[in-house]
Design a protein around this ligand. Sequence first.
Ligand code: ZN
Length: 154
Amino acid sequence: MLLRCPISLVDETLEILRAAGRRGTEGIVLWLARRPLGDGSLIAEAFVPEHTAEVDVFRIPPTGMTALMVHLKARKLALAAQVHSHPAEAFHSRADDAWAIVCHEGALSIVVPQFAKGVTAANFLDRSASFCLSPDDRWLEVPAHDLPQYLMLT
Ligand SMILES: [Zn+2]
């Protein structure tokens, strides 16, 4: 499923991740799109859920999940993708696999390296690693040449 994301929201997302990095922690941003989610859905909002974070992990507590659901319902939005930062390399850790918030088939999880330092909208797709949830519930890395089928910056 293809998601489209405005450059301005990529910039906003990276700024949030860099700010978290300056605090010495991972950052997490959820990309929300109008319901119903479908091929070509446009990301409408970069949302930071209530969470706790350390240098190499983030957690969203039950109250944060409830607040997210309330927000999605009120704004008629759906959770389309999650973007989070790592201190060094971009990969899907075992914790990321287990704790992913997006969990529909085809869900997209994007990991940004180096706490997003030096990452811009222009090199975002090259620098980040993207993972897609398979029908049998495994997070598979999206090869760079396939990424345009999943995410387009507009
Ligand atoms: Zn991670």
